[in-house]
Design a protein around this ligand. Structure first.
Ligand SMILES: Cc1ncc(COP(=O)(O)O)c(C=O)c1O
Length: 461
């Protein structure tokens, strides 16, 4: 296959995340040129349904005029200003006020940053800072979960529970432990009920805390639905049992709402969908419909009071990015939150989620699919070699990545998350007709993938 000049230019200049850097030199990039609504077009003129809303993020689609106008206005008025050492701008308080009003826990202040990774990095620093302020210098460890995804900076990649984010990066850092992933389909013991499964996971968490010494365990972080780890939807009652354990040992609960936040699961936050009562949340992505890079963490009054004490002691809060509450990003985020409310985006998600969930459920009958799951407008199918034994394909066969590529040939962008799990996460503005169109393409794609698997004899064990 000969590569275009644009592809060669890209290969020789851009280092691509989450890409096999070697095979990429031959395959080259798909260059996306423009977007409108739920659709994007590549440089060859091919049109795709963006079935992943980019990276689980473009909630309002690709051509939202009000967001473009909000950015344009802010660029004209004040393209940059910072919030260090007593300076501020109106956009910072505007978006903070809106976030406080919808936060799923009593929120005192909002600390902005540029991404989900930075948000979780801030969480680690703030928990350490808080426990020092409270005179608990030993209480510093974090527990996250296998297959959880929390980002790629040194601390947030340590929280992430996926091997590719650790191997040869010398991660995780000390003081981070990973407990079980609540994926019943994959990890339940033979004959174990969902209730028994979640009890076992909560017991294991408690054992881990005791083994580490509860006085040293500071915080637990979890996505309400795991995204990059394969769209893992926890069984009913899981978070209730986990929270009981955390409460018993005075462990701070951070809900990573970077994917689930802002309507994805049918409520403003995934915490509401799963009965989670967090002490803090991390947000990014749909905070600005991904039109500008911005993230944030919410801070309760206790933590704020402790931070005030630290300022009295040290003289300053020694943290912040040049781009903390960047005014253009903040203006776009404030407008995004306004649109969610005035267009009742959550009402729309609730109205169309049954269609989405039923189209995902229908895929369970496909010979390639071991498990199909969905909640709100996020879902996945798990591709397996054998339905009865749930045997996975050899990862080298690349069944998931190949299915993802076949999807693109059928005009739908999907994502192979966690190997052979195909994820669905379209913009929240998708309509019922577009959901049907998307899943007609997915069904065609799975049929072609099945034909390829059979032809290549990839089911052999
Ligand atoms: C749940 C979750 N947390 C954190 C992150 C990291 O966000 P970012 O890529 O903006 O650093 C992601 C990104 O996919 C995510 O899904």
């Amino acid at each position: 296959m000969s590569l275009s000049n644009a592809a060669v230019r890209d290969i020789e200049t851009v280092l691509h995340p989450y890409t096999n850097l070697d095979t990429f030199r031959k395959s080259g990039p798909t260059i996306i040129e423009r977007g409108e609504g739920i659709y994007v077009w590549d440089s060859e003129g091919n049109k795709y349904i963006e079935g992943m809303a980019g990276l689980w993020c473009t909630s309002l689609g690709y051509s939202e005029k009000e967001l473009i106008e909000a950015a344009h206005q802010q660029f004209q008025q004040l393209p940059f200003s910072h919030v260090f050492s007593g300076k501020s701008h109106e956009q910072a308080s505007s978006v903070a006020e809106k976030l406080k009003a919808i936060s799923p826990h009593p929120t005192s202040k909002v600390l902005f940053c540029g991404s989900g990774s930075e948000a979780n990095d801030q969480q680690v620093k703030l928990v350490w800072y808080y426990n020092n302020a409270l005179g608990r210098p030993k209480k510093k460890k974090f527990i996250s979960r296998l297959r959880g995804y929390h980002g790629v900076t040194v601390a947030s990649a340590s929280l992430t529970g996926l091997p590719a984010n650790h191997t040869d990066f010398d991660l995780p850092i000390a003081g981070v432990r990973h407990t079980d992933c609540p994926h019943y389909y994959r990890y339940a013991h033979e004959g174990e009920t969902e209730d028994e499964f979640t009890t076992r996971l909560a017991d294991n968490l408690e054992k881990m805390i005791i083994e580490e010494d509860p006085d040293t365990v500071a915080a637990f972080i979890a996505e309400p639905i795991m995204g990059a780890g394969g769209v893992v939807i926890p069984p009913e009652g899981y978070f209730q049992k986990i929270q009981k354990v955390l409460k018993k040992y005075d462990i701070y609960f951070i809900a990573d709402e970077v994917i689930c936040g802002f309507g994805r699961t049918g409520n403003m936050f995934g915490s509401e969908t799963f009965g989670i009562k967090p002490d803090s949340i991390s947000v990014a992505k749909a905070l600005s419909s991904a039109y500008m890079p911005i993230g944030a963490v919410t801070i309760g009054e206790d933590m704020y009071q402790a931070m005030l004490d630290e300022s009295r002691k040290i003289g300053t809060f020694g943290h912040g990015f040049t781009y903390t509450a960047h005014p253009v990003a903040a203006a776009v985020a404030a407008k995004t939150l306004e649109i969610y409310e005035k267009r009742n985006i959550i009402g729309h998600v609730r109205a169309i989620a049954p269609k989405f969930e039923s189209r995902v459920a229908r895929l369970a009958d496909h010979p390639l699919v071991g498990h199909a799951r969905a909640k709100g407008l996020i879902g996945a199918v798990e591709l397996i070699a054998d339905k009865g034994s749930k045997r996975a394909f050899d990862p080298k066969a690349a069944v998931g990545p190949t299915t993802q590529k076949l999807g693109e040939k059928n005009g739908v962008i999907l994502r192979a998350a966690g190997g052979d799990i195909i994820a669905f996460c379209p913009p929240l503005i998708i309509t019922e007709e577009q959901i049907d169109d998307m899943f007609d393409r997915v069904e065609r794609t799975l049929d072609q993938a099945e034909a390829w698997v059979t032809k290549e004899n990839l089911r052999k064990s």
